[in-house]
Write a protein that binds this ligand. Structure first.
Ligand code: GLU
Length: 507
C-alpha cells in the first residue's frame, strides 16, 4: 500500500433521511479507519441540485452522532482538505476539468436531452442492450465549437473513453473485477449547469483528500471503472475499493434510496428508543462475519476485529427479530443505574403521554384498536416498573405495551358485576392497607390478614386482586405487583371501587 495513512470517508448525498445501508457504509468506513489508526471523514456530495434536501445534512450528522460514529473532519472543519461540501468546491472541479479539456481528454458536447433520447431509442430498437452516447460532438471542429459557444448553446463536458482498454482492479470484497472500455460510454464530467457529476467530483475529492480506501455499496460497482479511468488519466494513485453487498429489507424489496419506507431509516429506530449501541452492533453484522461465532460486541471490540476481511458477497437480510434480540441483550447489560439514566426512555414515555394523560389518537395501532386510556403514574413508580419489566423489553414500544398491559385504566377495567362478588375482600384490603409497611414482607403479611378475614383461598383470593390491578389474572407475584403499583395507587383503585359499589347499590 502506497498511501501513508489509512483514510476513509463516508460521502452521502444529502437527499433525505439516513438509510440503514448508508449507516452501514459509514460504520464500516469508520471501523476500518479506527482499526488501522487512520482518519475517517464525512463529505457531503451535494451536486445533484434536483435531489438535494439541505435539511438532511443536519439529520445525517445527528444520526451519525447518535450512532457513535465520530468523523475527524466534516462540514465546519477547517483543515488542509476542507471544505467538505462539494457545492463549495466548484472552482476546484473547474480547474481539473480545464486541465482535461486542454489535453483533449474531455470534449464539449452540445447535444440536447431530446437528441440524446432519440439516439438511445434508435439503438435500443436496433437491439443494442446497453445504449451509449454516439460521440457526435467528439468530431466537432474547433471552429464549430467556438461558434456554438458564442451562440451560448449550452454544453456539458464528456470524457473520451479510449477503445480497447481493460480496466482491472481487485475489489476488497468481490476480488478481481474486469471491465472493457467498449461497454463504457463517454460519460459527462461537468453538467450543463457547470456542476460536476458524481463520478468526476468523487475522484477529485478522494484524490485531494488522500482517501486510501473506499468502502461503499455495491450499487456503485459500475461507476468504479469510470473513476479508475479518471485516476489513470490524471496519473494519480487509485485507492482500494471495497463494494459492500446490498442490504435486503425483506426478500423482495432491496434497500433503495428512491423507494422510501420509514423502516429503512435510522431515525425510525432512534425514535422508537433502540439503543445506539444496538445499532452499532447490529449494522456491523450486516455484511460482515466475524472469525469466531459471536454476535454481541462493544464498539471497542468491533474496532479491534474489523480489518476489512470476511466481508460477504451475498446480500444481507435485515432482521428485526435479530435487532430486537441485540437490543434486549444491550438493555440487560446496563446496570439499574445506567438504565435509569437512559433519559430517552422517559422522554419517550412522556411523548406517549404515559406520564400524563394519554390521548387515544396519539400513537400505536394497538391502542387505537383497544381504545385504551392510561393511568397517570409518577416518575419514581414508572422507574420501578421499568426496572422490573426490563427483561421483557426489546424496544420502547415493547415497554409501552407492557406498561399499558399492567397499568391499564381503571375505568375500562373494573367490571362491577364481577367485583361486587368480592366486596368483603376489598373491604378487608381497605381496612389493612393504611397500617401496612409497603415492602414485600409488609405486603405479604397484609395479604395473609385479608385471607384470614375472608377465608378465601387460591384463585378465589388472588383473581379479584389481580383484577383490581390489571384485569389480567396473571403477572408477577401478587406482593411484587402490589409493591410496584404503590400503596397510593391501590388505595385509589379501592376508592374507585367503593364509589362504583355505591352507585351499583343505589341503582
Ligand atoms: N454520494 C454517493 C452516494 O451517496 C457516494 C458514493 C461513494 O461513496 O462513492 O451514494
Amino acid at each position: 500500500m502506497l498511501f501513508k495513512k489509512v483514510r476513509t470517508r463516508f460521502a452521502p448525498s444529502p437527499t433525505g433521511m439516513m438509510h440503514l445501508g448508508g449507516a452501514r457504509t459509514a460504520l464500516f468506513n469508520y471501523l476500518f479507519a479506527k482499526h488501522f489508526k487512520g482518519d475517517f471523514i464525512v463529505r457531503f456530495e451535494d451536486t445533484d441540485l434536483k435531489r438535494n434536501d439541505f435539511s438532511s445534512i443536519d439529520q445525517l450528522l445527528s444520526d451519525l452522532k447518535w450512532l457513535g460514529i465520530k468523523p475527524c473532519a466534516t462540514i465546519g472543519t477547517d483543515d488542509q482538505y476542507s471544505p467538505y461540501r462539494q457545492s463549495q468546491r466548484l472552482n476546484i472541479y473547474a480547474k481539473y476539468a480545464q486541465e482535461l479539456l486542454l489535453t483533449k481528454k474531455v470534449y464539449p458536447c452540445f447535444c440536447t436531452p431530446l437528441e440524446l433520447k432519440k439516439v438511445r431509442e434508435k439503438q435500443i430498437k436496433k437491439g443494442q442492450t446497453a445504449p451509449k452516447y454516439n460521440r457526435k460532438c467528439w468530431s466537432l471542429s474547433s471552429q464549430k465549437i467556438i461558434e456554438l459557444q458564442k451562440a451560448k448553446t449550452s454544453f456539458c463536458l464528456r470524457f473520451f473513453v479510449a477503445p480497447k482498454q481493460k480496466i482491472i482492479f481487485t475489489d476488497l470484497v468481490y476480488g478481481k473485477m474486469e471491465f472493457i472500455s467498449e461497454n463504457i460510454e463517454d460519460f459527462v464530467i461537468i453538467k450543463t449547469n457547470n456542476y460536476p457529476t458524481y463520478n468526476f467530483a468523487v475522484v477529485i475529492d478522494d484524490y485531494l483528500m488522500q482517501i486510501s480506501h473506499v468502502w461503499r455499496g455495491s450499487d456503485h460497482l459500475s461507476n468504479t471503472p469510470k473513476q479508475i479511468l479518471l485516476y489513470q488519466t490524471f496519473g494519480w494513485q487509485v485507492p482500494m475499493f471495497g463494494h459492500l453487498s446490498l442490504i435486503q429489507f425483506s426478500s423482495e424489496t432491496k434497500m433503495s434510496k428512491r423507494f422510501e419506507i420509514p423502516e429503512q431509516h435510522i431515525d425510525y429506530y432512534r425514535v422508537q428508543g433502540y439503543l445506539p449501541e444496538t445499532f452499532f452492533n447490529y449494522l456491523s453484522l450486516l455484511g460482515w462475519t466475524p472469525d469466531k461465532f459471536q454476535e454481541l460486541f462493544t464498539q471497542e471490540e468491533l474496532i479491534k476485529l474489523f480489518d476489512g476481511n470476511n466481508l460477504n458477497k451475498t446480500q444481507s437480510i435485515f432482521s428485526l427479530s435479530k435487532l430486537n434480540w441485540i437490543n434486549n441483550k444491550k438493555l440487560l447489560q446496563l446496570s439499574d443505574e445506567e438504565f435509569q439514566k437512559q433519559w430517552f426512555i422517559f422522554a419517550f414515555l412522556k411523548k406517549q403521554k404515559i406520564l400524563k394523560n394519554w390521548n387515544k389518537d396519539d400513537n400505536f395501532e394497538y391502542f387505537k384498536k383497544n381504545n385504551y386510556q392510561l393511568q397517570i403514574l409518577d416518575h419514581p413508580r414508572i422507574v420501578l416498573m421499568i426496572l422490573f419489566f426490563r427483561k421483557e423489553i426489546n424496544s420502547l414500544e415493547d415497554l409501552f405495551l407492557i406498561l399499558v398491559k399492567y397499568i391499564g385504566c381503571i375505568d375500562s377495567l373494573l367490571d362491577p358485576e364481577y367485583l361486587l362478588l368480592n366486596h368483603f375482600l376489598f373491604q378487608s384490603l381497605d381496612k389493612h392497607i393504611d397500617e401496612t409497611i409497603w415492602d414485600e414482607n409488609g405486603i405479604q403479611s397484609m395479604l395473609k390478614q385479608v385471607q384470614k378475614d375472608t377465608n378465601l383461598k387460591g384463585r378465589n383470593f388472588f383473581a379479584p386482586i389481580y383484577y383490581l390491578i390489571n384485569k389480567l389474572k396473571e403477572g408477577p407475584a401478587m406482593s411484587t405487583l402490589l409493591f410496584l403499583f404503590g400503596k397510593d395507587e391501590i388505595k385509589q383503585r379501592l376508592k374507585k371501587y367503593f364509589e362504583l359499589h355505591k352507585t351499583q347499590k343505589n341503582n
